[in-house]
Design a protein around this ligand. Structure first.
Ligand code: SF4
Length: 347
């Protein structure tokens, strides 16, 4: 596996042919995201590579990747770990035993539209069905977002559900990606949550600012900080190459505003399944003040079996990681198990 750092990739010569993104707002970056595989491969000098022949259109979960993320990929490298996370390839058509469209059986924890209530004390609020990037291994790639995209009365129903359950101390804004919603709406939503006395913590699970760092701007920081709720942002970064200078600056904006920043990653074959790669990720996160929180084993969602790593191999890798790093830099290796009272420690 290639383990070059983002810093060594981003030489001017390498990025000069990519469109500039420095002056673009996050909304412009979002609307300008690449949605055609031929365009992506051409930008990366891979249009004529064998990889181009394995690309497969997946109309239900099409390619989507913003340019700031593409710019961290290595040109000419068909095995680039960032490219592998976003390019739809023919392996997604494989029907693998045990892989299905709802691996976490979330449908049975969906008491009202927009709410996933699996664990005691906290609920997920599906804040936006959209994402800035389509990660090919996403366990919600088949989620029925059309049934969970809330109209005005359904927002009230979701808020009423939270208000009516005094055991709920924490609300997790999820999706899709919650930061795909606009800031006015998010500000209103957080105000509504803060008005519910038993809610104490707000958690935001997001990959959006990892792929478009300008998403964390003054408007976003305004609603993140103007609340009595204790706020935690959990980023989703799988590889050290995803952290370039713009991502580092984005993290500093969050941390400088007093927000706790954690990271969760997914263990993915041929992306981050080597001990050096995971070590580099933890160290790069910590350099930027982010604690590695979770390392998830892949959820068996159909279309993603080519990212799967056998359990014994995952355990061996984790043991190696423990031998390389101090305990506080070793994320917890976890598995989401349908019906379990919490995430299950896999080790
Ligand atoms: S950003 Fe998160 S929810 Fe969206 S596709 Fe990627 S993993 Fe799935």
């Amino acid at each position: 596996m290639i383990t070059q750092t983002a810093a060594t990739w981003q030489t001017p010569a390498q990025i000069e042919t990519l469109p500039l993104n420095e002056e673009r707002s996050w909304k412009q970056e979002l609307s300008g995201a690449i949605t055609r595989a031929d365009e992506l491969l051409s930008l990366l000098d891979l249009a004529d590579s064998p990889l181009a022949r394995s690309v497969t259109a997946m109309p239900d979960f099409p390619l989507r990747v913003p340019l700031p993320y593409v710019q961290r990929m290595e040109k000419g490298n068909p095995d680039d770990p960032l490219l592998r996370q976003v390019l739809p390839v023919s392996q997604e058509l494989v029907v693998a035993p045990g892989f299905n469209s709802d691996p976490l059986e979330e449908a049975q924890y969906n008491p009202v539209p927009g709410i996933v209530h699996k664990y005691s004390g906290r609920v997920l609020l599906i804040t936006s069905p959209a994402c800035a990037v389509h990660c090919r291994y996403c366990f919600r790639r088949h989620f029925p977002y059309e049934d969970n995209t809330l109209g005005k009365s359904q927002w009230q129903q979701a808020l009423d559900y939270i208000a009516g359950n005094s055991s709920i101390r924490e609300v997790i804004l999820s999706g899709g990606d919650p930061l795909a919603a606009n800031d006015n709406h998010l500000h209103w939503l957080v105000d509504q949550l803060a008005a519910i006395k038993h809610v104490q913590r707000l958690r935001v699970h997001t990959r959006f600012p990892v792929v478009i760092p300008s998403r964390i701007d003054a408007d976003c920081l305004a609603w993140l900080t103007a609340t009595r709720l204790t706020t935690v942002v959990v980023l989703h970064i799988n590889h050290a190459n995803e952290i370039d200078d713009d991502v580092a600056a984005m993290i500093q904006r969050l941390r400088g505003s007093g927000i706790t920043v954690l990271n969760q990653a997914v263990l993915l074959k041929d992306v981050n399944d080597e001990v050096q790669t995971l070590t580099a990720l933890s160290e790069r996160l910590f350099e930027n003040g982010v604690l590695p929180y979770y390392l998830h084993l892949l959820d068996p969602v159909s279309g993603a079996s080519h990212f799967d790593i056998a359990n014994p191999q995952a355990m061996a890798l984790y043991r190696d990681l423990q031998a390389q790093l101090p305990g506080y830099l070793v994320p917890r290796l976890v598995r989401d198990t349908p019906g379990a009272a919490a995430k299950t420690l896999a080790f």
